[in-house]
Design a protein around this ligand. Sequence first.
Ligand code: C2E
Ligand code: MG
Ligand code: MG
Length: 634
Amino acid sequence: MNKIKLLTLLAIALLFGASAVYSYYRDFEVARHVSATIKAVSWSSSELEMEAVKFDRALTALAAGMEDEAYVQLRFELLWSRVNSLLEGKESRPLREQPGVLPMLEDLLFQLQQWEDRVYKLTQQDRVEIAGLRTELAHFQHSARGINVENYSGENVWRQLDVIQDSKLYSSLYLAGLLISGVLMMWLLVRENRRNRQLAYHDMLTGLPNRMYFYQLIKQAMQWADRHHSRLAVHMVDLDSFKAVNDSLGHEVGDKLLKIVAERLRDTVAKQGDVARLGGDEFVIIQRLSQGQDVSAMATQLWQSIGRDVALPDGCLSPQACIGTSLYPAQGRSVAELLSHADTAMYNAKHNRQVSMQLYESGMDEQRLRRQKLAIALQAAIEQDALTLHYQPIYRLKTGHIESVEALLRWSHLEYGAVPPLEVIAIAEQHGLAHRLNEWVLLSACAQAQQWHQLGHHRLKVNVNISPSIFMDGELANTVRRVLRLTQLKSAALVLEITEDTSLWDTAGSEDQLRQLRAVGIEIALDDFGTGYSSFSHLRQLPLNKLKIDKSFVADMVTDRRAYHLVKTIISLAHSLDMSVVAEGIEDAEQAVKLQQLGCELGQGYLLAKPMPAAAMSEVLQASIAGQPSVVNG
Ligand code: C2E
Ligand code: MG
Ligand code: MG
């Protein structure tokens, strides 16, 4: 609520409050005044009446010879002074102010003036005069009583009651005003409070509960599970390459993506639990499980809902996420434990190319520790040039001629030994080392290829694998140009291998980069084709030269008819799109023969040659020039 509104409301309430107090005070004053008046009037008039009675008794006593003339005169003086004090005395003012009282008192005074001479001349013997005075006095008494009666009856009383009534009405109105403004203020305060609560407990961007609120929600859910002897699943969701989206497409797109993902998660979870945003691109879902309910179903639904295409002004995005799940109470009884285990499972999924969802298992903590140690060691290894590349030849199947060599990363850690390249890449992606690692690989591979060119292998190409983030941060084209300049390698000798995941964040920006590279003669190959999520329309859109059929299809093509047909379809599809095909993972001669029959131009695999160090590769290349059989088993 803004300050002005609050102040205005406060002022109104104060006004009403003050008026109500004032009106009550007035009410009280009027009542007091009326009661004082009534008291004063009745007192004064009854005093007067009493004095008249006493005077009458004095006259009777005189006639009976029981009192003398002086006593009658004294009573007369007292009666007079009573009338005088009523006419002039301060205390009698309320009485005088009563309508009709003053003329009445003046009448009485006039009467006394008439009697004065007669009373002073009066003697015990003047019986007739005494009787006459008594008759007139009876009349006087009647008038005196009249003062009292007048003020206690008829219009006069009504008028006084009206005054009280009026002041009561006003104070009731003021009170109602006070009540209304009070209610209004309460309502505004409640609304304000609710808004503040919303702000304090929700994430501004997505409107989802924030970290603070999440702690409350999960505690409530845990109590629920305890009461119902039930379980909870805590799903930790982390978007892939979100930082890269933010960096390359801008924060607006990043924000939009987060909002859409939040909405999808909320819709998917619906009434089965709560969704919160812990920060950045990290979401968490608390799912209340019913008896025997499958945990992975929800994780799958969440993963599928996130993965739907997001339309952008100039392209579209297919967001991917990794999900890690932990279970209450089996895998942790505290919030911290549950979160940490879900996080570990998620981290594990991120490093495993085969799965995007993982349920926590006890061994995962160790793997996480291993990755953290590896991340520190990897940074040092890049700086100290302690990484190496192995090379695996790619053959033209028809001629047995080596067309290209694929550079494959090798790294050995003191404690853990050889670390699989996919894990190295994932660690680098996770710890912000991907750019430097990619650059190192590019530089080393191109320098090595240039050396082979100088040794006479002029037409040899080098395939370099590119990981998602270098592609996403918009720097790929620049980095490649710089490396080619530094190493003097011809651009036509470089083949960049991108995976389907790399091209998933499909935007005009990424396509542009590929086109720029193509324009200078660099070839682009789509690696591991068939394992990712590319649609055929997507395939048509990207400026690709080569498709690499994933080794899993090649492995099965001899034994499994469906795999065979799939390979056949991929080959004809690639040809229809003007791409050549590389078969990966050729391990036996039958595969090689069949692939060749299907028109696959290029092949790579243990049957032909295993990945080998650069020196061994040099020998293989030399032998191939010398006309020796080029297909070897390294
Ligand atoms: P990839 O690019 O598909 O590389 C081919 C992988 O298949 C290599 O595994 C290779 O050793 C293996 N391979 C080759 N022939 C056969 C065969 O006949 N049978 C079987 N079972 N495997 C075969 P490697 O070297 O372990 O690399 C794994 C993945 O790691 C690569 O898959 C690539 O995606 C990634 N990678 C390797 N080096 C780099 C790198 O320098 N940068 C990036 N970004 N990724 C890399
Ligand atoms: Mg590759
Ligand atoms: Mg591959």
